[in-house]
Design a protein around this ligand. Sequence first.
Ligand SMILES: [Zn+2]
Length: 440
Amino acid sequence: MRALILFLSLFLFINNAFGFELILPKEKKSATTSEYAFFVGKSKGFESLTIDGQSVFTASNGAFAHSVKLRDGENRIVLRTNYGAQIYKIYKSASVYNECPIEEMEPVKAYVNCDNTPLRSTPIDGGLNRIAHLFGGTHLVINGSKGDFLRVKLGKNKIAWIAKKDVTITSDSFYPADFINMDTERFKNAMIQTIAFSKKLPYTVEDAEKEIIFRVYNPELSEDSVYNLNIPKPEKYAYNVFLEEGKYTFKVRKLPEDNDVTVVIDAGHGGSEKGAIGCLGDEEKDINLKIAQQTAQLLKDRGYNVIMTREFDANVSLQDRVNIARENNADVFVSIHLNSIGDIPMNIHKNRGTAVFYFNNNAKKLAEILENSVTGQAGTRNDGVQTGSFAVIRPTDYVGVLVETAYMTNPLDSLLYTNDKFIKKAAKGIANGIIQYVKK
Ligand SMILES: [Zn+2]
């Protein structure tokens, strides 16, 4: 998953004379801004390997992985086997980090450029700070800036942030929106609330403990103005916001029971997007697909409606994966991946196992069930239920999670994911978890 590995091409540096084949780093001289350098590869018959004087664990299939903390400037790292030594030179540039101050601005009017623009609680591009996705043409009041972000006034004491590139600032004068009407419709498995104004306004969505709270702000009005729509939430739910004939339409629905559920199984990466590369040179995309195919089959055998985002080795964009789920009215979306280490110290016993990620609260329960089910079935280390901002699990229209079945870059895990029995068990763990969640 992590960028470091994503950008790897499958260029293998083979040096049999030293008894190893290195996947990372791919060149003997390189430059980086990372805190750590990773050495990932497999033994071609050495008896012992040390990197920077530290003895490196090697799994029975020859897989090894090791990280070295880098100093600013040139780092000379020695890899030594019983055949001799090799030197890797890695230049680390000093990190330049200046926090931009907040600049106050006279309030100006701006419009959101496109649909699906993230409105954030902090001026940072990433993490869990999205509080809504605004529609193109939304009227905003901007009263400050920081770095690449503009501060959006929602109410007197309520602000948010939006990327500068996502809005157009104008000299238009302020005029508040007129409230037109509000309506509530109740269906057997859903509740829809609509609210209409004379123009598009900013809003936020909060998934609170017992209800979903949709707030629409009218920031050009001189007094503080917010319209709250609260919809109680069922135990298993999905929700979305759309504009229909100029009305904000806010829908919360109950997930269907058991066999009426539509499950999307998403095999991560594919085609030229190889994903993480393991110690042995295996590509994540292939293992994801194998697990996904077997998971889908197990669910089909149980009578579920199953959609796969890819059924063979092909490039599918993240947006297309989301679109496939939406077009098929997905209820549950499970993305299947294998993990890799990022810019952190490598710990053979820690950077391994199964982690399940969720972004929205409605997917937390499914993430917990899958974590237990996969580790129980496949015998992987419990790497925990975690939150993560991945594009395929951000939509709230379905319950979406991302399973990192094991670590591509962990030598012990490489013994597992290269074994067909493990693939089968992982698929069974994922399928059983989904069934358990849906039936509960
Ligand atoms: Zn991945």
